[in-house]
Design a binder for this molecule. Structure first.
Ligand SMILES: [Zn+2]
Ligand SMILES: [Zn+2]
Length: 353
């Protein structure tokens, strides 16, 4: 080891450079992990395109946040974790001290600590993360499968907060990686799932996940037509018991309100651009007794459930990641994701071409 590692460094939007930088060393309570799989995620692609106020605080900086790897060194005072262990880590960890943490709403913590830097050969896991959100995973699981625990955890959280009954009709709007995870989890709850999405590979995957009705929206330009189609698929056209929005656009949030039945629930999963608003018909909200549920992030227990679902392959991570690419092809891979190729890709930071 020459004490240098490969890293993708974010300098500015659309300016990411591949450099050799110093391998960090763990301080007290910290753990050094050799990253074996770092996944592509919409958040990182957005960061690349336009920066990110919360994730990027100084430049240049490493980025990437869904990962797993091998422990290579532990700092003083670290208990349980040892070199050679295969671990994965939820990249945002609560403080366990504030009002929200004590109120069992850790995802709303006032002092979430966020870790960024998975598109590099090594990463330091901060002390708090080691204590709360660093998990060992079983040998039979590939690194990329374990790395899916972070995004899947947010879907586990959303499904838990939504509350789905067996036999419910659940419409999921959006067929990105998280839309697909939400569909899979809803189907596992015994729901009749309707999917609105696009991308041939993704919709094929939705079918494999047990989604009953698939509406390919690339053929339907008008929102009203999409709504009509989705409602037609529900019993007597009355609308869906549950609608989950996983696009992150105000139009899609409003669309969800038009697909839900009276007395139904709408879960808003996709984060919209800051400052955007939606219109809700007060009469509908009031007389139809709609339940509108916002969801964000995950609790440590959601994260543990997520890794368990992946470990026993109740959710098969191999359906989400079909290809591993070297770090040097990161940007090209972001563009492939944007053109709806594949679902997620695994980046191997040890490889440069
Ligand atoms: Zn992510
Ligand atoms: Zn807290």
């Amino acid at each position: 080891m020459d004490n240098k590692m490969n890293a993708a460094l974010f300098y500015a939007p659309q300016d990411v450079r591949f450099e050799r930088i110093d391998i960090p060393r763990p301080s007290e309570g910290e753990v050094l992990v050799k990253v074996r799989a770092a996944l592509t995620c919409g958040t990182d692609i957005k960061t690349y395109q336009r920066g990110h106020p919360a994730m990027i605080k100084k430049v240049p900086t490493t980025f990437g946040h869904e990962f797993s790897g091998d422990i290579v060194e532990v700092g003083k005072g670290v208990k349980y974790f040892k070199p050679g262990m295969r671990v994965t880590c939820c990249n945002a960890v609560p403080c366990m001290k504030c009002f929200y943490c004590k109120n069992n709403q850790h995802n709303l913590c006032e002092d979430l600590l966020v870790l960024n830097g998975a598109y590099a050969e090594y990463i330091i896991i901060p002390e708090r993360m080691v204590r709360i959100n660093l998990l060992e995973f079983p040998r039979h699981l590939s690194y990329f499968e374990a790395a899916l625990s972070e995004p899947l955890g947010t879907a586990v959280h959303a499904i838990r907060l939504t509350g789905i009954e067996q036999g419910d009709t659940v419409t999921v709007i959006g067929s990105g990686p998280l839309g697909l995870m939400l569909m899979r989890l809803a189907a596992l709850q015994g729901a009749e799932v309707i999917a609105l999405g696009k991308g041939e590979e993704r919709l094929k995957q939705a079918e494999k996940f047990g989604v009953k009705h698939i509406i390919d929206i690339s053929d339907i330009s008008s929102l009203d037509k999409q709504i009509e189609k989705a409602r037609q698929l529900t019993s007597e056209g009355r609308g869906s018991d549950v609608v989950i929005e996983a696009v992150g656009k105000p139009e899609a949030w409003e669309e969800a309100l038009k697909i839900v039945r009276k007395g139904g629930k709408v879960t808003f999963f996709g984060g919209c651009k800051r400052g955007t608003t939606i219109t809700v018909d007060t009469e509908q909200l009031h007389y139809s007794e709609l339940k509108l549920i916002g969801v964000f992030h995950q609790r440590p227990d959601d994260y543990r459930r997520s890794l368990k679902l992946l470990s026993d392959r109740t959710v098969d991570g191999r359906d989400f990641v079909k290809e591993t690419v070297p770090l040097s092809r990161l940007i090209e891979t972001f563009n492939r994701v944007k053109s709806l190729e594949g679902i997620k890709f695994s980046i191997d930071p040890t490889k440069m071409e």
